[in-house]
Design a protein around this ligand. Structure first.
Ligand SMILES: *Cc1c(COP(=O)(O)O)cnc(C)c1O
Length: 475
């Protein structure tokens, strides 16, 4: 908050951006055609960012699902600076460790109520999932069942961008680049009721999707299946909140076949869904979890995998687990994560999300339900989604396929002062856990007026207007 505002030469930065910087998950030619990316220069308060043209944006995405405690936390800057002065770096390879790494592992274990008492550190969510893949396969090998290699995941899951992350994930466009997934990773249907299950009762659909896992296990042979991995609520896939029946049935199936249950808590962890962990919200007890994003609220890169006693007791009989990173347990990142967790606890942000802001968001979203472009609104804690459709009754999408309306409404939101994401035709939001009621109202108001602005453009682009009208009286 006290940082001096610098006078950047924005035109020059944009020129250099195009000349030298390759952005994440992007069409490089498109960025060149746009004359460079939008340059975010500063955070003005907990939930507001500013770009190089002086536009102020309410950050409905908490950065990229990560700035849980909001921007401008001097405490986090201070703890990083003092740890850097005391000991900026040391590793965990040489039978050595640093105090922040030990204390953070202890704190994470405590937050799992000691059900997952052992913690391995990495620097990103993708790496956490790489660690999981290696640890799971090694666990089964040490246990004398090396044929248990197959990991089951879901279509449209997101587990990161490394080779293992993309492979575990279920994004078709990512699989198409670089010959992925790697072998022995299978994908089953996702519990996306609005997109794929509207002919079913939601709870029935949840059970159907869970049973698709069991069918896959039986097809492969249970003796070859190592683990099932899933995000309690899919984030990057479009804030897909499974029916309540889904996860308990998934857990039952995993237990029945002796398969490890793994939750990717990279978005759901650290209060996002109104509990410390998404798996608490959906009511399961995993054997391993991945966490990242909210662990440090994005102030520094750090991730972790928390592991059960049973798994570690087996690993202890297997000699060296030859896995680890230069920055595993980085002391500065660990110190910042510890302070971040302290802030979440001190300000009661988990409780506030569960009992106050989460329900407030759910209620505010109801205002959009009657909009002619809105097929469904849904939320859990401070994860929200709005489905854009051309026909409320049929759920048909604009242009006859997904992906036309979402980017248009997203761009309108950004132009109107709100940073949100459009995933296919789903507008998603994931604001900092410190967002106020007034800011939630503003977020919903901006989405509403952006939908209003986009509607005539979207309708004009539609061909069979006659058809659309003919369908309406059926409602
Ligand atoms: C963001 C994300 C990842 C990947 O994290 P990175 O830090 O980008 O590598 C993995 N899993 C989930 C659920 C995520 O949302």
């Amino acid at each position: 908050m006290t940082a001096p505002r610098r006078n950047y030469d924005i035109a020059e930065l944009r020129r250099l951006d195009v000349a030298h910087h390759l952005p994440a998950q992007q069409d490089y030619q498109l960025i060149e055609d746009l004359g460079g990316s939008r340059i975010i220069t500063a955070a003005l308060d907990r939930c507001t960012i500013q770009d190089g043209d002086g536009n102020q944006l309410l950050d409905g995405m908490a950065g990229l699902w990560c700035v849980n405690v909001g921007y401008g936390r001097d405490e986090l800057a201070d703890v990083a600076a003092s740890q850097m002065r005391e000991l900026p770096y040391y590793n965990t390879f040489f039978k050595t460790v640093t105090p922040p790494a030990v204390l953070l592992a202890t704190k994470i274990a405590e937050l799992t109520e000691n059900r997952l008492p052992h913690v391995f550190f990495n620097t990103s969510g993708s790496e956490a999932n790489d660690t999981i893949l290696r640890m799971v396969r090694h666990y089964w090998a040490v246990k004398g069942q090396p044929e248990r290699k197959v990991m089951i995941s879901r279509h449209n899951a997101y587990h990161g961008s490394t080779v293992a992350g993309v492979s575990l994930g279920g994004m078709k466009a990512m699989h198409a680049q670089g010959d992925l997934p790697i072998p022995d990773i299978h994908h089953v249907r996702q519990p996306y009721w609005f997109g794929e299950g509207r002919e079913h009762d939601p709870e029935e659909f949840g059970l159907l999707c869970a049973r698709a896992i069991e069918e896959e296990i039986e097809r492969i042979g249970p003796e070859r299946v190592a683990a099932f991995i899933g995000e309690p609520i899919q984030g990057a896939g479009g804030v897909i909140i499974p029916p309540a029946s889904y996860w308990p049935e998934v857990e039952r199936i995993c237990r029945k076949h002796g398969i490890l249950l793994i939750c990717d808590e990279v978005i759901c962890g650290f209060g996002r869904t109104g509990n410390w962990w998404g798996h608490q919200t959906v009511g399961v007890k995993p054997d391993m979890i991945a966490m990242a994003k909210g662990l440090s609220s994005g102030y520094l890169p750090i991730s972790a995998v928390a592991v059960s006693e049973e798994i570690v007791s087996v690993l202890k009989t297997g000699g060296d687990f030859v896995h680890g990173f230069t920055y595993s347990g980085h002391p500065v990142a660990a110190a910042v994560a510890l302070k971040n967790i302290e802030i979440i606890e001190r300000e009661g942000l988990v409780e506030r999300t569960r009992t106050d802001t989460g329900p407030y968001l759910a209620q505010a979203l109801q205002r959009l339900k009657g909009h002619p472009l809105v097929g469904e609104v849904r939320s859990c804690g401070l994860l929200g989604a709005v489905e854009i459709v051309s026909n409320k009754q049929t759920g048909a999408r604009f242009g006859g396929k997904e992906g036309t309306a979402g980017p248009m409404v997203r761009d309108a939101c950004i132009a109107n002062g709100l940073m949100v994401r459009g995933i296919r035709d789903t507008i998603v939001m994931c604001p900092p856990l410190v967002i106020t009621h007034e800011q939630i109202d503003r977020m919903i108001d901006i989405i509403q007026c952006s939908l209003d602005e986009a509607e005539p453009l979207l309708r004009a682009g539609e061909e069979p207007a006659v058809h659309e009208e003919a369908d309406l009286p059926l409602s």
